[in-house]
Design a binder for this molecule. Structure first.
Ligand SMILES: Cc1cc2nc3c(=O)[nH]c(=O)nc-3n(C[C@H](O)[C@H](O)[C@H](O)COP(=O)(O)OP(=O)(O)OC[C@H]3O[C@@H](n4cnc5c(N)ncnc54)[C@H](O)[C@@H]3O)c2cc1C
Length: 398
C-alpha cells in the first residue's frame, strides 16, 4: 500500500513509523514543507520537550465535540507511549507528572525519530508544500503521484515560523471537511497597564480570569511578568478563554485570606517601623513588584513604614490579594503554542481517525479539533492520534 503523510511534525513522523512498522511492505512518503522535519519539536518545553504527562484525561483537553475525546484517548494503550519511545532508544523521566526525555533534550527525541525513519526506509520529501490533494477513483493524487491513503498531519495555525500557518484547514475544507472555529491557545497576554518595571519577575500565585464580573477560570502556579504583560503556564492555560477587555486578577498571597494579610501587615508595621515603605514588602515579595503594588495603592515609596495608615494597610492587602489587569489582547501566531479548533472530530471514525467522507483519508494531531493543557498534553495527543491512524491505515481496505 502507498501511504502519503502530509506534514513532518511530531504526529506525522510517528504515524509514518507506525504505518511502516505495521507492514514493512507499505511504502510511506512524508511531505514536509520545511527544509527539515520535526523543527517545532526542537522548540518544545523550552528545548527540553515535555512530551507527555503521567495523568491524562479528557478534562485536560478542549474540543467542540468533547464526546469523541474519551474514545480517542483510551485507544492508546497505557504502556504504548513508553514502549514506543523505548523502541527508539529514548529513556523517559518525569518531573511533577510531566514526562521528558531523560536527557531533557528535544533533539534527542527528534534524532531518534529521524534515525527510525531512515532504518525503516520511510521516504522524506522536504521543501514539499502540499496545497491540494486530488481524489480520483478512490485514490489520492499528490504532486502527480498516486497514493492509496493519506494522513493529514499539517498541524494548526500557531507558530507559523515552524511551518504551521493554518493551511491544513484549507486542505481539509477542500476535501469537504468542516473546520470548527479556530483561535490561538496557550498564549501570553498583553495588558493595558504599564508593567515594564516588572519584566522578568516570576512569582508563585493564583490567577483568575473574569468575563465582566463572572469568574471563568482559575489557575495556580508560576506567573511570568514580561514588559508587555503576563505569561507563564497559569496564563497560557487561561488564554483560550480570554479576550480584549477581560480581567485577570492575581492573588500574590494565596495562602492568606485578605483579613489575615491585613493583620500580618499591621504586625509587620510594628516590627519593621524603621523601614521605608519601598522596603516594607521586601521579604515576602520581589522588590520591584512590591514597589509596583505601592504605586497602584498611591503610597509614596519614601513614606516611613510606621506612617502607613489603616486604610493604606487595607489597600495593600487588597491589592496583594487581587492585583487586577485588563487584557489588551491575547498574543497569537508566533507566541501561542497551540491552536484551539480544527477538523471536526465527528467527521472521523474515532477508532481509526479515518474520514467518514473519503475512505483512506486520515487526520491527526493539532489539525484536529482538540487542544490540550500545558504539560505535555498536546504532544501526547499527537502520539495518540499518530498511533491510531498509523495502525489503521495499514488495514484500510480499499
Ligand atoms: C514553542 C512551542 C513549545 C511547545 N511546547 C510543547 C511542550 O512542551 N509539550 C507539548 O505537549 N506541546 C508543546 N507544544 C505544542 C506541540 O508542539 C504541538 O501541539 C505538536 O507539535 C503538534 O503536532 P503535529 O504533528 O500535529 O503538528 P506540528 O508539530 O505542528 O507539525 C506540522 C508539520 O506540518 C508541516 N506542514 C504544514 N503544512 C504543510 C503542507 N501544506 N505541506 C507540507 N507540510 C506542511 C509543518 O511544516 C510542520 O512541520 C509547543 C508548541 C510550540 C510552538
Amino acid at each position: 500500500m502507498k501511504i502519503a503523510v502530509i506534514g513532518g511534525g511530531a504526529g506525522g513522523i510517528a504515524a509514518a513509523i507506525y504505518a511502516k512498522r505495521n507492514n514493512m511492505k507499505n511504502s510511506v512518503t512524508v511531505f514536509e514543507r520545511g527544509d527539515r522535519i520535526l523543527k517545532k519539536l526542537l522548540a518544545t518545553g523550552n528545548g527540553r520537550c515535555n512530551l507527555s504527562n503521567e495523568s491524562i484525561s479528557p478534562e485536560n483537553y478542549f474540543s467542540h465535540t468533547p464526546d469523541s475525546l474519551e474514545q480517542i484517548l483510551s485507544a492508546f494503550p497505557e504502556n504504548e507511549e513508553r514502549q514506543f519511545f523505548a523502541s527508539l532508544g529514548i529513556l523517559l523521566c518525569s518531573e511533577s507528572g510531566r514526562i521528558y526525555p531523560y536527557s531533557r533534550r528535544a533533539n534527542a527525541v527528534s534524532d531518534a525519530l529521524r534515525f527510525e525513519c531512515e532504518r525503516l526506509g520511510i521516504k522524506i520529501c522536504t521543501n514539499s508544500f502540499i496545497d491540494r490533494v486530488l481524489v480520483k477513483d478512490k485514490l489520492f493524487i499528490i504532486k502527480g503521484e498516486q497514493f492509496d491513503s493519506v494522513i493529514i498531519s499539517c498541524g494548526g495555525m500557531s507558530a507559523p515560523s515552524f511551518g504551521t500557518d493554518g493551511n491544513s484547514f484549507k486542505l481539509l475544507k477542500a476535501l469537504g471537511h468542516t473546520v470548527t472555529p479556530t483561535c490561538y491557545a496557550l498564549s501570553p497576554v498583553k495588558v493595558r497597564e504599564n508593567v515594564k518595571s516588572l519584566k522578568g519577575i516570576r512569582v508563585h500565585c493564583s490567577v483568575t480570569l473574569y468575563d465582566k464580573n463572572n469568574m471563568v477560570k482559575q489557575e495556580e502556579g508560576e506567573l511570568q511578568l514580561t514588559d508587555y504583560g503576563l505569561s507563564g503556564i497559569v496564563i497560557m492555560q487561561l488564554s483560550r478563554l480570554a479576550a480584549k477587555g477581560s480581567t485577570i486578577t492575581v492573588d500574590l498571597m494565596p495562602d492568606f485570606s485578605q483579613e489575615e494579610l491585613s493583620e500580618f501587615l499591621t504586625e509587620r508595621r510594628k516590627k519593621l517601623s524603621h523601614l521605608k515603605a519601598e522596603d516594607f514588602l521586601t521579604g515576602f515579595l520581589h522588590k520591584a513588584l512590591g514597589q509596583y503594588i505601592l504605586g497602584r495603592c498611591g503610597i509614596s515609596a519614601s513614606l516611613p513604614a510606621s506612617k502607613l495608615e489603616e486604610n493604606e494597610i487595607f489597600r495593600l492587602a487588597k491589592e496583594l490579594k487581587k492585583l487586577s489587569f485588563t487584557v489588551d489582547c491575547v498574543l497569537g501566531k508566533e507566541q501561542s503554542q497551540a491552536t484551539s479548533g480544527g477538523a471536526l472530530l465527528s467527521e472521523f471514525n474515532t477508532k481509526t481517525l479515518e474520514s467518514k467522507k473519503h475512505s483512506g483519508l486520515y487526520c491527526i494531531g493539532e489539525a484536529l479539533d482538540c487542544v490540550g493543557d500545558c504539560g505535555g498534553y498536546n504532544l501526547h495527543w499527537a502520539w495518540t492520534t499518530a498511533y491510531i491512524a498509523g495502525k489503521a491505515v495499514s488495514k484500510c481496505l480499499k
